[in-house]
Design a protein around this ligand. Sequence first.
Ligand code: NAD
Ligand code: TDX
Length: 340
Amino acid sequence: MKKILVTGGAGFIGGNFVHYLLSRYPEDKVICVDSLTYAGNLDTLSDVTDNANFGFYKIDITDAVSIDKLFAEVLPDIVVNFAAESHVDRSIEDPGIFLRTNILGVQVLMDACRKYNVSRYHQVSTDEVYGDLPLDKPEMMFTEQTPLHTSSPYSASKASADLLVMAYYRTYKLPVTISRCSNNYGPYHFPEKLIPLMIINALYDKPLPVYGSGANVRDWLYVEDHCAAIDLIIRKGKAGEVYNVGGHNEKKNIDIVKTIVNKLGKSERLITFVKDRAGHDLRYAIDPSKIHAELGWLPRTDFDEGIEKTIEWYINNKPWWEKIINGEYRNYYERMYENR
Ligand code: NAD
Ligand code: TDX
């Protein structure tokens, strides 16, 4: 039996990871810590709250006193940190909270891991720490050796955290691992992100705001495949190692939007080109050969199947996202998209 502490478990990927663990490891305990920011949502966990192997604590990871108290009580074996401010556009608007949560929060968690002899601290990082690749060199991909070279306050905060994690490995011998994954998609994805935003707007026949010309490329992975990769890394990965995670699934933004429009039977006339994101990364592409060779990980869901499952999930789970888009999110949407 293992006690796995999952921070940020009320968010998109953390929520999927909680479900992943509880359905596959009935002997393990899963303790979720989340401060429930605008992106955290207990509805995402409503079907596991009665599970005897699950516990939830509303705590901010930058609150060192509460985190220490929790570790003393729970004594986790493994900590997996998903908690973060995760949206690039919000980091451009207001960087401060990104630095606090994404860097100082990591320090607080790792100090607690040291004090309570946690056997693995896993940092969920991102491919954005490598910066971007040119559009006209399709052979170029990010490997674990690619230098960190960030573009947005968000990616700079994630890269800073990665440096701190490796410093704790070298200095204190804290048994850490890092995963750097490409763009995820799937159930429980917060509506501010490209794929859910386009599905929801298309369902309402609202304009579909594509930044710039829509030529930017992202490398998409179904969220359950990311969860499987992290699960493998925390159980079989080597301390002190970084693992890239991605499924060789590069798509232009405009093609993603057209796929969604066509699968929903809507008109491409809904597509509206709007002002580009400042510092917009051109292309991400992950080389996942290390995690494949060393841990045997391969993605299981291809894009066509994954996007259909995702669209179906949004159609069948309207109450989950309607509650969000009818709340404070309205102000965000207005700020970000009106008169853009
Ligand atoms: P999300 O924004 O959906 O969820 C983040 C969660 O963290 C929310 O539940 C929020 O309440 C919680 N949180 C935020 N600040 C906190 C704090 N100070 N204390 C405690 N909880 C806090 O994000 P996501 O898309 O699920 O991303 C999860 C992690 O994966 C992030 O670290 C992100 O950098 C990384 N990542 C995301 C993607 C992607 O495509 N979404 C890809 C690669 C890596
Ligand atoms: O309305 C939009 N229109 C648009 O054209 C939005 C919200 C996005 N875009 C573009 C910007 C990006 O090129 O779509 C692409 C994807 O955008 P996001 O969903 O905001 O994701 P991205 O910026 O690529 O970052 C995501 O992947 C890496 C996650 O949000 C990060 O947390 C993760 O680290």
